[in-house]
Write a protein that binds this ligand. Structure first.
Ligand code: SF4
Ligand code: SF4
Length: 165
């Protein structure tokens, strides 16, 4: 009797295993062939930050909201004869942005900096491919070009790459 019971248990356990194998044999693969294929990020996903510097008024609200202090802003009041113009939403710019850097190596992608921004120029982009070989390359410099032109540096290039990626 136990002889037949052993045969039954062996055959049924093989059948269970084969059944699972056969089921997966005809299930279409869901693995994407990265980088040829890419996941589309959900609408509210939090990835690489971007600052549209033309609309930034240097109010510092984003830096103050950041829990890890990885936004570095330096500003200077405009002179009496200077006019920096308006943002795209009509806010007058009263501060020159000497520096607007975000250290993405420290950023925890919480998104808290984007909410208080009065001009909505600081946004999280869908770009999640921002790995680099050198950690210092994760310091994104968004400040307006005139400061860098004076210093003879190429500020803002990396930031442009971010949004164009
Ligand atoms: S996403 Fe969070 S951690 Fe990153 S810069 Fe904004 S506030 Fe700071
Ligand atoms: S909150 Fe917005 S406008 Fe103010 S400094 Fe930050 S990015 Fe610029």
């Amino acid at each position: 009797m136990s002889y037949f019971k052993n045969i039954y248990e062996s055959v049924s356990s093989i059948w269970v295993g084969m059944n699972i194998t056969l089921k997966h044999l005809f299930t279409p693969a869901i693995t994407l062939q990265y980088p040829e294929e890419r996941w589309e990020m959900p609408e509210r996903s939090r990835n690489q930050l971007f600052n549209n510097i033309d609309d930034c008024i240097g109010c510092d609200l984003c830096a103050r909201a950041c829990p890890v202090d990885c936004i570095y802003i330096e500003t200077e009041k405009v002179g009496p004869d200077e006019d920096l113009g308006l943002t795209s939403k009509g806010t007058k710019k009263r501060l020159k942005l000497l520096r607007f850097d975000i250290d993405m190596a420290l950023c925890c992608y919480c998104g808290l900096c984007t909410y208080p921004c009065p001009t909505e120029c600081l946004i999280m982009t869908p770009n999640y491919e921002s790995s680099v070989y050198d950690r210092t390359d994760l310091l994104y410099e968004y400040a307006t070009p005139w400061v860098y032109e004076q210093k003879g540096e190429g500020g803002g290039e990396q930031a442009e790459e971010t949004v164009n990626a």
